[in-house]
Design a protein around this ligand. Structure first.
Ligand code: GGG
Length: 353
């Protein structure tokens, strides 16, 4: 137990609303958990900051937040600023700047929630997705040429390194050792015969290590994987994929377990010392911003992942349990069929801690 320094980047849209409630819940948890303490520092970065300064965050932003033990982020994006600016000036540089190569996203059909898939009961869908988070299709390498002219062109290099592939695949296998000893590899190596064939080869190499003896593997092309996520999601446990495929498949994963309101994520570097970054998978949802009805559950589960990362296993389990109890019995927000508000959901979770 220690005092944990948490950087808050609530950012845009419903981000500040869900982060405010997550902080309320964390403070309540600290009050009832002996020795658990937090200090929170809020950073006013995001789209308002962009309108004031021309940038989503200051140039030295990584140094400003490096001192924290972890960072809790809300959501990034606003309709009056192009999405490629908001994302490429804040969230992606944070992930890359701190080399947070693991984007771990649980996909769980919680008690009380209904899957749009027929015949699935709570617990039937329970995956842990490992999305590569620093390179691949999101590599910021490329440019535009003759912009605005009929002959204009654009190129964006999809860069995969041996180190990048190996370390995310290793992270997936390490998780599999603690779960059902099963890893599914998802690529598109029939079409992308250079990069993703290399990825597949590295997957096979890692799978063959004595340490992972007994871990079963499966392999899908991303199109077939999308089909199988809908047809038989129970066949997936630990899943590993590339940056872009992982981004898309985890939204599909969220859809089959109740929506983005419950989709949490952890961006970490298990081999480094930079702070982990925890964020709901959802975006800024400008259509419901300011109405007080955003679902804070994804932010709360992200906070539980953060506690686990900080070594606060007991507190993490308590928070996770309280959120699960809320989903099973409480008045959920409208996206999950209830009439609860962002604040009332957090209050209910606090009562159940
Ligand atoms: N909650 C973080 C957020 O705003 N995500 C929106 C988004 O577009 N994310 C893209 C990504 O995760 O790569």
């Amino acid at each position: 137990m220690a005092k944990h320094s948490i950087g808050l980047i609530p950012a845009d849209g419903i981000g500040p609303e869900v982060v405010t409630q997550a902080v309320r819940v964390l403070r309540a948890l600290a009050k009832s958990e002996r020795g658990l303490e937090f200090s929170f520092t809020k950073y006013p970065w995001g789209s308002d900051f962009y309108h004031e300064t021309g940038r989503m965050c200051p140039e030295n932003f990584l140094n400003r937040v490096r001192k924290h033990d972890a960072i809790l982020l809300g959501a990034v994006g606003r309709p009056d600023i192009p999405d490629h600016i908001t994302l490429n000036q804040l969230l992606l540089p944070l992930r890359r700047g701190f080399d947070l190569y693991v984007n771990m996203r649980p996909i769980v059909l919680y008690e009380g929630l209904e899957s749009p898939l027929r015949g699935y009961e709570p617990g039937d869908i329970d995956m842990l997705f490992f999305r590569e988070n620093t390179e691949g299709e999101y590599s910021p390498i490329g440019g535009r040429h003759y912009e605005g002219h009929p002959s204009q062109m654009a190129a964006q290099i999809t860069l995969f390194t041996r180190m990048g592939c190996e370390r995310i695949i290793e992270a997936a296998f390490e998780a599999a050792l603690k779960r059902k000893k099963h890893v599914t590899n998802i690529t598109k190596s029939n079409a992308q015969g250079h990069t993703l064939v290399m990825w597949d080869e590295i997957f096979e190499e890692v799978a063959a290590r004595p340490r992972y003896k007994g871990v079963e593997t499966a392999k899908y092309l991303v199109d077939a994987a999308a089909l199988e996520f809908v047809r038989r999601p129970e066949h997936f446990d630990v899943v590993v994929s590339t940056n872009l495929f992982g981004d898309i498949l985890t939204d599909l994963g969220a859809a089959i377990v109740g929506g983005l309101g419950v989709a949490a994520s952890a961006n970490t570097n298990p081999k480094g010392d930079a702070p982990g970054l925890f964020e709901p998978v959802h975006g800024s949802a400008p259509d419901i911003m300011g109405k007080g009805i955003a679902n804070p559950v994804a932010a709360l589960i992200s906070a539980a992942l953060m506690l686990d990362y900080l070594g606060e296993e007991r507190a993490s389990k308590r928070l996770d349990g309280a959120v699960r109890a809320h989903l099973a019995e409480g008045n959920r927000t409208a996206d999950l069929g209830g009439t609860g508000t962002t604040r009332s959901v957090a209050t209910d979770v606090i009562k159940r801690l």
